[in-house]
Design a protein around this ligand. Sequence first.
Ligand code: HEC
Ligand code: HEC
Ligand code: HEC
Length: 289
Amino acid sequence: MEKNKWMGMFWIMLVFTGWLASPALAKDVVIKEPPKSLDKFYPPAAKEPKWIQIMHKMSGHYGGIFMNMKVKDWENVDKHAQGLADAYEEASKMVPEWEEYFDVKAAKEFVTAAKTHDPKEIGAASKSVGKTCGKCHDDNLVAVWTKYHWPSVEHMKLEDPIDEKEMEYGKYMHLISNSFKGVTVNFGDGKKDLAAKAAKDFKKRYMELKSTCSKCHTDQGVKHFFVGESVEKALDGLSEELAKDKPNPGAVWKNVGIVGSQGCKKCHLTHRAYAVFQEIWEDPAEAKK
Ligand code: HEC
Ligand code: HEC
Ligand code: HEC
C-alpha cells in the first residue's frame, strides 16, 4: 500500500505474549478512518442514519429466515431470504470503498438454498453471508462509532477558575495535569507550603470539569462519577492534610491516589480512547508520531 494511504490510520498492536510468546501470534487491530463516502448516509448530510437503517433491514431479514424456519413457515423463509439478498446488494453499492466486503453471489445462493427448505443447506449458505457481516464489523465498527457517534471535545471551551482564561479542552487537561504536579512534585521535594497552595488551585480547577458534563449528558446522575463525592472528599482531605504543620505523607499520597485513579484514570478509560482516534484523524501528521 502506498505511503499516503497509511496516513490517518491509527494502529493498535495487541501483542499476545505469555506462555506461547511468538511473533506469529501477534495480532494487529487497525482503527482506520471510515471512507468519506459514508458521510452521505449519516446526519448531517442525510436526514436519517441510512447506513444503520440498511443494517437493521438486513439483520431483520436474516433473523426472519431462521425464526420462520423453526415453525416451517416456508413462505416467509423465502420472503426474508429474498429481502436479505436485495438489501445486501443495495448495501454493497452504497460505499464503493467497502464493496469488497460483500459477497453478493453468496447472498443470492442463500436465496436458492432457502428454497430447498432444507435446514442443513440453509444453515450452510447463511454462514458464507454471515462471515462477511462479521468481517466488516470487526474492521469498522469502532471506527464508525468514533466518527459518527462519539461527541468530540474539540470545540469545547473551559474557563480556568484561577486565571479566568478561556481555553480548549485539551489545553485545560494540560493545565490540571500541571496543577496536580504542583501538588505532588512540591510535596515530594519537601516544599509543603507551595504544595498546599497548589492543592487549593488544583481542587478548583478539577471541580470545574463538572461544568462540562451537561455538554454531552442529560442525566445529571453521571456527576457521581469522576467529579463526584469520593474525589471531592479526597481533594478536601489533601488540602486539609497539607494545611497542617506536619502533614502525614501517608494521608497525602492516599488522597493523591484516589484523585488519580477514581478521577483522572477512570474518566480517561471511559472518555479518552475515542478522543485519541478523533484527534489523529483530525491531523494526519499525528499518526506518524
Ligand atoms: C461493509 C461493512 C459492513 C457489512 C458487510 C455489514 N455491516 Fe453491519 N454494520 C457496519 C457498520 C460500520 C456498523 C455500525 C453502524 C453504526 O453504529 O453507525 C454496522 C452495524 C450493524 C448493526 C447494528 C446497528 C445498530 O443499531 O447499531 C447490525 C444489526 C448489523 N450491522 C447487521 C449486519 C448484518 C446482518 C450484515 C450482513 C448480512 C452486516 N451488518 C454487514 C458495517 C457492515
Ligand atoms: C464530549 C462529550 C462528553 C463529555 C463532555 C462528558 N461525557 Fe461522559 N460520556 C460521553 C459518552 C458519549 C458516553 C457513552 C455513553 C453515553 O452516551 O452516555 C459517556 C459515558 C459516561 C459515563 C458512563 C455511564 C453512562 O452514563 O453512559 C459516565 C459515568 C460519564 N460519561 C460521566 C461523565 C462526567 C462525570 C462528565 C463530566 C465531568 C462527562 N461524562 C463528560 C460523552 C461525554
Ligand atoms: C471528565 C473526564 C476527565 C477527567 C476527570 C480528567 N480527564 Fe484528562 N482527558 C479527558 C479527555 C476526554 C481527554 C482528551 C482530550 C483531547 O483529546 O483533546 C483528556 C486528555 C488528557 C491529557 C492529554 C491532553 C492532550 O492534549 O492530549 C492529559 C495530560 C490529561 N487528560 C490529564 C488529566 C489529569 C492529570 C487528570 C486528573 C487530575 C485528568 N486528566 C482528568 C477527560 C478527563
